[in-house]
Design a protein around this ligand. Structure first.
Ligand SMILES: [Zn+2]
Length: 96
């Protein structure tokens, strides 16, 4: 869980995941807190599996996710090249 590089939107400090819980097989809710004691910003975050990029080698018939579109696949290739962190993507989402 700590492999995500989460950056505080307020002070740019590093954020850590305090706790997380699975609410659904595809959805995980996390409570994230800034490690900068002077800041201490704390948020709720969601991590959701939304689309299938590649099928499983051990498929469970009850697991159904929409297959990723061509646009999403291109985005994934771009992401692999640029290696941006998760928060950069989240910030882009928020900026819309
Ligand atoms: Zn902070």
């Amino acid at each position: 869980m700590s492999t995500y590089k989460l950056v505080c939107a307020h002070c740019r400090g590093r954020m850590r995941i305090r706790t997380s819980e699975g609410t659904h097989i595809f959805l995980r809710v996390a409570y994230v807190q800034c490690t900068n004691e002077a800041c201490g910003w704390s948020v709720r975050a969601e991590f959701e599996m939304t689309h299938e990029m590649s099928p499983s080698g051990m498929p469970n018939p009850s697991v159904r996710l929409p297959v990723a579109s061509v646009v999403m696949r291109r985005q994934a290739m771009k992401t692999a090249d640029d290696q941006p962190d998760l928060l950069d993507q989240m910030e882009m989402e928020c900026a819309k």
